[in-house]
Design a protein around this ligand. Structure first.
Ligand code: MN
Length: 321
């Protein structure tokens, strides 16, 4: 998916200054953002109080929406730079097309992982024939400086490893959890896992004390480290934890996100992650001129136009809140 915000505001993120070294329980509220004409998403990252969790730099939660007889998700071709996009569904399906020629339907609990490297473009849409419900999350992982200029590629993994416990199934989307390793390619130490809890479940998951973590609540009534989390909210957990206690009143669905604190400061604007204002400006110019980002074939409609870049020079800097 994409940042379709017409008033896209630049954000400077990353760096140690943001990271909480100890375990904390910070409940983050979403910002409601329109996506296209009919859909609204809940944006959890970047958030007013929190910009990144490890290398995770962007988290949108959407649905469940009843899209019977409606077009559903329609995100026209748009560019990306300096990041990986993760498409994760609980209900419905998304048809992905990109400038490499990929054409892939992503279904619930399958990983759609697009690595932009320095330039890619893609579109995402509900297929013409689609399920009634659409429910999922769209996430971005910032690429470290060592790998942000690599060639773009797209991966689809339908069969992901899982860890099971009492009333808990943890599907490993990216990284490694309790010995189970996702086949998705990562470029910094991080974890993404889907947690399905059954009503009455009381379980724990092993964590890496060096990682920073957060949990996105997607459905049901669950408690994370004793804090009730409602769907569409995110609980930031800080670092220094070796275990995550989980409980569920009802069947519940969560996403666990974590990673080594992202030390590099990044500049994020619209669908780009860079290191300087000039780089973002250059990417915007290239997309507007129709160069560098390739072409998405087969999407029925025009590509997205980049919003105007605000007349402020973006500089990565130290502690910014
Ligand atoms: Mn996108």
């Amino acid at each position: 998916m994409s940042n379709l915000d017409r008033q896209a505001t630049p954000t400077v993120c990353g760096g140690r200054g943001f990271v909480v070294a100890e375990p904390v329980r910070e409940l983050l509220s979403p910002r409601r953002v329109p996506l296209g004409e009919s859909t609204e998403v809940r944006r959890l990252l970047p958030n007013l109080g929190r910009r990144m969790v490890g290398a995770w730099a962007f988290v949108d939660h959407y649905g469940p929406d009843d899209i019977a007889g409606e077009p559903g998700m329609q995100v026209p071709p748009h560019p990306h730079m300096g990041l990986q996009t993760v498409s994760w569904l609980h209900d419905g399906e998304v048809l992905h097309r990109d400038s490499l020629g990929s054409l892939q339907t992503v279904r619930p609990r399958e990983l759609g992982l697009m690595t932009s490297g320095s330039a890619i473009s893609h579109s995402e849409e509900s297929p013409r024939e689609h399920a009634r419900l659409l429910h999922g999350a769209q996430l971005w992982v910032a690429l470290p400086d060592t790998h942000r200029h690599i060639e773009p590629h797209f991966q689809h993994h339908a069969d992901l490893p899982a860890v099971t416990g009492s009333g808990l199934t943890a599907t490993v989307i990216l990284g490694e959890l309790d010995g189970a390793l996702s086949p998705g390619t990562t470029y910094s130490p991080l974890l993404g896992a889907d947690l399905t809890l059954t009503a009455g479940a009381k379980a724990g998951l092993p964590l890496d004390p060096d990682f920073e973590y957060a949990v996105l609540a997607m459905s049901g009534e669950a408690e994370v480290d004793g804090v009730p989390v409602l769907p569409g909210s995110m609980l930031y957990l800080g670092c220094g934890r070796s275990e995550l206690p989980l409980r569920a009143e009802t069947d519940a669905g969560l996403m666990l996100l974590g990673g080594e604190p992202f030390e590099e400061e990044i500049v994020m604007w619209w669908n780009f992650i860079g290191r300087s204002h000039e780089e973002i400006e250059e990417a915007r110019r290239a997309w507007t001129a129709g160069s560098r980002f390739g072409e998405v074939k087969g999407y029925d409609g025009p590509a997205l136009r980049a919003p105007d870049l605000p007349p402020v020079t973006l500089k990565p800097r130290g502690r910014v809140r």
